[in-house]
Design a protein around this ligand. Structure first.
Ligand SMILES: Nc1ncnc2c1ncn2[C@@H]1O[C@H](COP(=O)(O)OP(=O)(O)OP(=O)(O)O)[C@@H](O)[C@H]1O
Length: 187
């Protein structure tokens, strides 16, 4: 197998629960799938260049939040030279499995890069109400929530699936729908 049979591209606002949903899918599909994080190579290179702890940056705690603004600005400089840099690096490191789950699509250029390089994409948007996101640790921050990395896909209209994740009933339904569409499309 040269490429995955299907690639699920996940996007959503901060603390909408992208990682949570992706982990649930991974728990079901197990070795049939691989989670690909575009933030992986981005954080690895950023940590290396700034002498920081890569593992802490990959977590969902305060360490990542502390460096988020600087990381966004630094990665935008890399992208301005080469828009596909981080997508390419993440895919190069990923094990080939029937399903890839890309957990953190943030820009139209990310989607375009996948369209140019792979077939059979499923482009998903995860939603949660602002108060739910706040309860999960979201706090509006200038320089993070009003910039391209968080807002570029707000006006994207070509989602294959749009799913709510405000509570466990909704996340269960979302996961069921994603598994159903995945099974259908890799038959
Ligand atoms: N349906 C759910 N039920 C219970 N907890 C949830 C649910 N969805 C998300 N969470 C929790 O909310 C927090 C934020 O979720 P998660 O890290 O998946 O968001 P994210 O969209 O990946 O955020 P970021 O953009 O900051 O990486 C996590 O602690 C996660 O466990």
């Amino acid at each position: 197998m040269q490429n995955p049979k299907i690639i699920l591209l996940f996007s959503g606002k901060r603390k909408s629960g992208k990682d949570f949903i992706c982990e649930q899918i991974k728990n079901i599909l197990k070795e049939e799938c691989e989670i690909v994080r575009i933030s992986g190579p981005l954080k690895k290179l950023y940590a290396k260049n700034h002498q920081l702890d890569f593992k802490e940056l990959m977590g969902d705690g305060p360490y990542k939040e502390k460096y988020r603004i600087d990381m966004i600005n630094w990665s935008d400089e890399v992208r301005s030279e080469d828009p596909g840099y981080f997508c390419r690096a993440a895919c190069k490191d990923a094990k080939i499995t029937p399903v890839w789950i890309v957990s953190d699509i943030r820009r139209k250029t990310d989607i375009n890069w996948f369209k140019e390089n792979f077939k059979n994409l499923c482009v998903l948007r995860i939603y949660a109400e602002t108060d739910v996101r706040i309860a999960r640790g979201y706090k509006y921050t200038e320089g993070i929530d009003n910039v391209v990395s968080e807002c570029d896909l707000d006006d994207f209209e070509h989602w294959d699936l749009q799913l709510s994740n405000n509570n466990s009933d909704e996340s269960k339904k979302a996961v069921e729908q994603i598994i159903a569409i995945t099974s259908e499309r890799i038959k």
